[in-house]
Design a protein around this ligand. Structure first.
Ligand code: NAI
Length: 342
């Protein structure tokens, strides 16, 4: 699944055939993720109108990217006196809006520690999206994704424009890390390793289902435990290595561009576009968990189908129970934030 997405991304990136014109906005475009993400979107021939918004330097980033000879226009928008309606102008009529705006983690922080700042940023951006681009596909990258996605949903509901099929929490980084880390152990081609990762997007809510992979049966339980832990806490490796200078940006930009490409291919009615994402999901609604990450089929209207995740072994079932407890609290935290804003 991932391999075909990677191949399609690179094929389309460097080919000028089968162009589909999509307007794409990046909010938080000057940041560590925003800049490389915007670069990768500039290279995607399906993106014909790229709009970059940030509180700082968006015009600089846009001008820089605009010199790349691909078939899109790039404009930068910043909320200053010259562009008082910069956010509105950025997102108006967008097909896709990617949101990496916010602050990243520093060593010792969990994604949940970012809540207080990022919740407010995402909430305010969602207000304008609700008014100006309610039909767009919204891809939330800002952490904690387990809470920021419910925040966007609640804001859209307040404006009566919530479309659960078009709101996505971007969890693709968990998939690409799984492919990479597993291939390092098995000494295989990472583009051929596809792990089904479900749950949420933070620590113990990330559940890689190794029991469904034939080639994992050769691994000892200790190796599996280490691999699961590395997938769940892979982000910490980057935070630690960057030593205060932020969290994953380049791998995240790649993950975000990969997911955006899949959403566009779905919108373009390409068949069998399947990716995992944290979406409004029926899987555990009866337990009060409104959002859950699993494989989804993407289509012209966004999420076409939410896949069941199949059989889990006993350890994975235990992980799922712990995940659900945390996820419920994370989602509730997002809801409460929006309620208290009223
Ligand atoms: P960064 O600090 O380098 O960039 C964030 C950008 O957002 C800055 O340029 C800042 O000016 C901008 N910004 C802040 N408030 C804004 C607003 N109201 N409107 C528009 N722009 C605004 O941070 P980085 O490393 O790019 O990370 C961004 C977010 O992505 C963080 O919340 C981080 O935790 C999250 N993240 C998510 C991942 C995922 O897998 N979903 C993986 C890695 C990071």
């Amino acid at each position: 699944m991932l391999r075909s997405t990677f191949q399609t991304l690179s094929k389309r990136t460097f080919s000028s055939t089968s162009i589909n014109p999509y307007k794409v906005a990046v909010l938080g475009a000057s940041g560590g993720i925003g800049q490389p993400l915007s670069l990768l979107l500039k290279l995607n021939h399906n993106v014909t109108d790229l709009r970059l918004y940030d509180l700082r330097n968006a015009k600089g980033v846009a001008t820089d990217l605009s010199h790349i000879p691909t078939n899109s226009t790039v404009k930068g928008f910043a909320p200053d006196q010259q562009q008082p309606d910069a956010l509105r102008d950025t997102i108006k009529d967008s097909d896709l809006i990617l949101i990496p705006a916010g602050v990243p983690r520093k060593p010792g922080m969990t994604r949940d520690d970012l809540f207080n700042i990022n919740a407010g940023i995402v909430h305010d951006l969602a207000q304008t999206i609700a008014k100006e681009a309610p039909n767009s596909s919204i891809l939330v990258i800002s952490n904690p994704v387990n809470s920021t996605v419910p925040i966007v949903a609640e804001v859209l509901k307040e404006h009566n424009v919530y479309n659960p099929k078009k709101l996505f929490g971007v969890t693709t980084l968990d998939l690409i890390r799984s492919s990479r880390f597993l291939s390092e152990i098995l000494k295989t081609d990472p583009t051929k390793e596809h792990v089904n990762v479900i749950g949420g997007h933070s620590g113990i809510t990330i559940i890689p289902i190794l029991s469904q992979l034939e080639n994992c049966s050769t691994l000892s339980q200790e190796q599996k435990n280490e691999l699961i832990h590395r997938i769940q806490f892979g982000g910490d490796e980057v935070v630690k290595a960057k030593d205060g200078a932020g969290s994953a940006t380049l791998s995240m930009a790649y993950a975000g561009a990969t997911f955006a490409d899949a959403v566009m291919r779905g919108l373009n009615d390409e068949k069998n576009v399947v990716m995992s994402s944290f979406v409004d999901s029926p899987l555990f609604k009866n337990e009060g968990i409104d959002f859950f990450a699993s494989k989804v089929t993407l289509g012209p209207n966004g999420v076409e189908k939410i896949h069941e995740f199949g059989k889990l072994n006993q350890h994975e079932n235990e992980m799922l129970e712990t995940c659900k407890e945390t996820l419920k609290k994370n989602i509730e935290k997002g809801y409460t934030f929006v309620k208290n804003k009223k």
